[in-house]
Design a protein. Sequence first.
Length: 240
Amino acid sequence: MRLLTALATTARCSKAAEQVALTQPGASKALQEIETTLGAQLFVRTNRGLEATDLGHCVIRYARLIQTDLAHLREDMIGILQGHGGRLALGVIMGAVPLLTDALTRLLEKRPALSVEIVEDTSARLLRMLDQGRLDMAICRTSISQQPHLYDSINIHNEKLAVVANIHHPLAAATNIAAGRPGRSKAMCAGSCTRPTCPCACWLEREFHEANLRFPLHLLETTSAFTTFRCCKGTRPLSR
């Protein structure tokens, strides 16, 4: 792994060999063994030195990930041996951030030396990271998975779906919003929404379908809370 990353940065077998404490023939032999094992050519010789192929770039990326994981393993082992408690990798969807931060505050009061990494992303991506072993736990929706039974999960919170609008929106002063009223469906949804694959977007599209309305096609799709609030600066909720 170290040889591959050294070759990626130096482009010279001699310099890479020096970095990993090998002789140049030893480094060349090691690279040949790696390529034979993987059944693919990872580097080609050019007038600028060794250049990674497309497959080489892929292998180098994973080599770096493996080295990072091994470094984290060492940190965790040292932390546990010294009584620090190691490291915890947590995933969270945007709406569950308050739940996570409150729980972390209580946890860190008991384990102040615990190192914590927080990844905020969509449920689909967080589940993939769980599958890859990149996360220890995630606060997300397992319902989007085709095999939700593979996860050991508990229900900790029921969400409410709300539509928000700028305070100067033509419907902001209304006390009741009926999606089926003429002209109002377009006014309600001229703005931002989560990605089409996200559960919230699916629920909202279902509401339009049940009201026999066409779901707007041209939306700003984002999972960023900051972007959403900037687009609807000065917001207030619209009642259903």
